[in-house]
Design a protein around this ligand. Structure first.
Ligand code: ATP
Length: 878
């Protein structure tokens, strides 16, 4: 095939186009031909998501004001003839750059891996069989299979379309779905009228189809028109933005302190070079360099952990919102239940037939039961071949029909009316000589009200109001047992295009069991303990939903159930008062449609909730987008829902939502922990130097020493805090207020307290070393340095939540913390005892008494912190 694609595929017949693109639609391309075309046409991408190159990433580490300042300081040292100092600053910069580089590289690698998990896949025909491939591997000439809920992943010329409708609003702005067929249209038709095409980026809202790929990647309509073409920028999360603002605030605050210190130095007559260098060192001490790096790593690791627990995050920003979730609106089928359906009972006018075990099912010929089994198998889009593809409910109907020896020929099907979510029914039309048989199934209320007859073993009898009420009572009884109910109906007509849902004959009710997922009751109990409310929104019958809600533990014995009907036209902004209070208290919303879901999300948000909502259908997309956290199902959900969601559950399970919320809390907590940690360390450095200079003591810390602490040893404990697994008590806390800042009053208080304690301990150690131990100043400086360094290390144990228990909740349980401590102690030992390093850092060993003094004093801030955090009254913020 040439590398030129047809210009106007919509004007060609499918056969001509297939010839041009050298493909046999019934077989599809061969794998080797597809690979060849992929090499010619390139991957089916719109955006070039090229990751930042390694060199760019490396350079990025050195592009910051702090680095410029330090480089200036190194040059100054060099000019003043202090070569070792200049070199040392250079080495510290390199080490810090290397830490930053490795972290960013690792974060990027995990993001790429996550993107891979979340990639869109497409059903194609290749090598004569069906296959599911990553959408980016599609090539011109591929045969793509579409069904309702799919995203169209390339431009397609339709070969076959059954009731196909596409939402093309992304391309045309037209919000109503457009009907599609396989007919050719004139070459000069505008885009919106080329009904024989399905466009990349649009959504299939109804029907099924098959099409030939006519363009991929940038050679599609959306590729040509859209603005998506620009390089995709990594999205800055609100959290990152907040950290950034915090960083700026800090820099200003700390630089102010540094300026005052320098001024004091000048007044006290310190040598100018020393003052300038101390000023630079203070500026460095003041800036929490570790912050962005640790934050990135923390987010990336958190996302990884969520992915490992089967929750894949589409939007980074959701990570922090997840942790603040106060209400989960969950659907039932497949999320709370297993979505493994088995038929357990049929009810016909002749009575109930229980279906047990897995053995053969007997049904007398021409009985309503055998008709019911046949209709269940005929009104069915599932494929019970090796792949078992399709709706589990339909698979169950096929399975039970097979057990009764009924396996209808799908070749007799002449028309299909896909499931209509508004009417809650679907119909397939089959040839049943001399008639056409309309096999219909749907929600029992819908079918019963659409039927005017009922089938008995003696033939059809008419269905009066009393009989209808009797049937609905039977439905109610089955639903009370938690069974899912469907009704089966039929009609015979002399044409295949009659309205499918008029004048039906009710044949049977069928009950299906869909067991509750085993992990759900615990997960719901976890939610309640964590102050998160769970409400069920389902399309199913109220009684079935109520029973499942009770079994799952969503509500006690009498769950408050509202039916969708009562909520028609519910206005979330100006709701009817009485209704609003019932809605606010509701546990289960049954028979709700997508608009009602949207209204409910809006209502609960206005009531102050942070709402997470699950959804799987095309029509759920608006509500998924509106919810603070939209959650789509990876297995059961449509592609459209998955694209609209913030989180995709790979295992569809409710328990995974709870796990993700928990991880979200851990991430926010960890970020808060290392921010408090880094800030209390930084502030103590500034205060130690500032106060000493102010009081007129010799400088207790030299610029290089501050650099060493700040750029090397502080970073590792902060990392360790960022990687923590969270505390046991976190699951018992109510959700945090989403408006709550990372650094609120309680956090500032802790920073002041801990930073103050470290400062006092260091200065006292320094003074004692000078005045009591009578050490020379340079050794006393080592004592001060060590006290500060060790106190900062132990300070990591002060990161836990106020009011939490040291042994149960503390960082003692975080193995990364111990690793970081070991590493930092080694680094400190090296600074002290590796001769070259000790000389450069000006750290002469102070003797045993000096070392013991430093060790002893360094423990005081830990003690102070432990006392403060363990006071129950300190549990200001939980
Ligand atoms: P949930 O919202 O928890 O997933 P659900 O699957 O019952 O529950 P919908 O998919 O909205 O919700 O379906 C609503 C009702 O329509 C079902 O309870 C059932 O009675 C009927 N129904 C669903 N799918 C089909 C189908 N393929 N054929 C016939 N009837 C169906």
């Amino acid at each position: 095939m040439s590398s030129r694609l047809p210009d106007t595929p919509h004007s060609l017949s499918p056969d001509t186009l297939a010839d041009r693109l050298e493909v046999t639609p019934a077989k599809g391309l061969t794998a080797s031909e597809a690979a060849r075309r992929l090499a010619v046409f390139g991957p089916n991408h719109l955006r070039s998501l090229r990751p930042r190159s390694l060199v760019a990433m490396l350079l990025h580490q050195f592009r910051s004001v702090v680095v410029y300042l330090l480089a200036g300081a190194a040059l100054l040292a060099f000019a003043l003839g202090d070569i070792p100092e200049a070199l040392a600053i250079g080495v510290v910069l390199l080490i810090n750059g290397a830490i930053g580089f490795v972290t960013e590289w690792r974060a990027q690698r995990s993001m790429e891996a996550l993107r891979h998990i979340a990639e869109t896949r497409t059903r194609v025909r290749r090598d004569g069989g069906g296959a599911v491939i990553p959408a980016q591997d599609l090539v011109p000439g591929d045969i793509v299979l579409l069904e309702a809920g799919d995203m169209v992943t390339a431009d397609l010329r339709l070969i076959r379309a059954a009731g196909l409708q596409c939402d093309e609003s992304v391309l045309t702005g037209e919000s109503l779905p457009v009907d599609k067929d396989s007919a050719a249209v004139a070459a000069d038709m505008p885009l919106a009228d080329r009904t024989g095409m399905a466009w990349k980026g649009t959504a299939v809202t109804r029907g099924t189809a098959e099409g030939i790929v006519t363009g991929t990647g940038m050679a599609t309509e959306i590729g040509r028109i859209s603005q998506l073409v620009q390089e995709a920028r990594p999205e800055a999360t609100p959290l990152e933005a907040r950290l950034d603002r915090l960083g700026h605030k800090l820099v200003r605050l700390m630089l102010g302190l540094a300026a005052i210190t320098i001024l004091a130095g000048v007044i006290r007559g310190y040598p100018l070079a020393e003052i300038v260098q101390t000023g630079v060192a203070l500026a460095v001490a003041a800036v929490p360099e570790g912050l962005p790096v640790v934050a990135t790593l923390c987010l990336a690791r958190g996302m990884w952990r969520m992915a490992r627990r089967n929750a894949v995050i589409n939007r980074l920003a959701s990570v922090e919102t997840l942790g603040a979730t106060t209400l989960i609106l969950t659907d039932k089928t497949g999320t709370l239940t297993e979505n493994r359906m088995t038929v357990t009972r049929y009810v016909t006018e002749d009575g109930a037939t229980e279906i047990a075990g897995s053995g053969p099912v007997t049904a007398a010929a021409d009985s309503p039961l055998s008709r019911a089994l046949q209709i269940g198998a005929l009104c069915n889009s599932a494929d019970d071949g090796a792949e078992q593809a399709g709706d589990p409910m339909e698979l169950a109907l096929l399975a039970v029909a097979k057990r009764a020896g009924i396996a209808p020929d799908p070749g007799t099907r002449v028309a299909e009316h896909a499931f209509d979510p508004e009417r809650r029914m679907m119909a397939h039309v089959h040839i049943e000589s001399p008639w056409f048989l309309y096999a219909v199934k749907g929600a029992p209320e819908a079918i019963v009200s659409a039927s005017n007859h009922v089938l008995t073993s003696r033939g059809r009898v008419s269905l009066d109001a009393e009989a209808r009420a009797r049937w609905l009572a039977r439905v109610e009884a089955m639903a009370d047992e938690g069974l899912r109910c469907l009704a089966l109906a039929m009609k015979q007509a002399d044409r295949a295009d009659a309205p499918p849902y008029d004048g039906l004959t009710l044949v049977a009710l069928v009950a299906l069991a869909d067991p509750l997922r085993a992990e759900v009751p615990d997960a719901i109990a976890d939610c309640h303990r964590a102050g998160i409310r769970v409400v069920m929104l389902t399309g199913d019958h109220a009684a079935t939903a109520a029973r499942i809600a009770r079994d799952a533990g969503i509500a006690g014995d009498g769950p408050k159930v509202l039916e969708g009907r009562a909520l028609a036209g519910f206005d979330p902004v100006y709701p009817d008062k009485a209704l609003a209070s019932r809605v606010a208290a509701g546990d289960v919303f049954a028979r709700v449609d997508p608009e009602t879901k949207l209204a409910l999300v809006a209502f609960f948000q206005r009531a102050g909730h942070v709402v997470a909502m699950t959804g799987d259908g095309v029509n759920d997309a608006p509500a998924l987008g509106k919810a603070d956290i939209g959650i789509a199902m990876g297995q059961r959900g449509t592609q459209v829902a998955r694209e609209a969601a913030d989180v995709v559950l790979r295992d569809d399970s409710f328990a995974t939502i709870v796990a993700a919320v928990h991880e979200g809390r851990i991430i926010f907590d960890n970020i808060r922990k290392f921010v408090v940690y880094l800030m209390s360390c930084n502030i103590s450095e500034v205060l130690v130097v500032g106060l000493a200079v102010g009081i007129g003591l010799p400088a207790p810390l030299l610029p290089l020493q501050i650099l060493f602490l700040n750029l090397v040893t502080d970073v590792f404990p902060a990392f360790a805090l960022g990687l923590g697994r969270g505390s046991a008590s976190m699951a018992d806390r109510p959700p945090r207020d989403p408006a709550e800042p990372i650094m609120g009053r309680p956090e500032w208080t802790r920073v002041a307290l801990l930073g103050g304690a470290i400062t006092v301990a260091t200065l006292v150690a320094f003074a004692l070393a000078l005045l009591e131990l009578h050490l020379p100043t340079d050794q006393a400086v080592t004592v001060a340095f060590l006290t500060l360094a060790l106190a900062q290390l132990w300070n990591v144990f002060n990161a836990r939540q106020p009011g939490s228990r040291l042994l149960r909740d503390g960082e003692i349980r975080n193995p990364f913390v111990w690793g970081a401590l070991a590493l930092c102690l080694l680094l400190l030992a090296a600074a002290l005892w590796v001769p070259g390093l000790a000389a450069v850092l000006s750290l002469p060993t102070p003797g045993l008494s000096g070392l013991l003094l430093a060790l002893g004093m360094s423990l005081l801030p830990l003690l102070a912190g432990t006392l403060y955090l363990s006071r129950p009254a300190a549990a200001g913020r939980v």
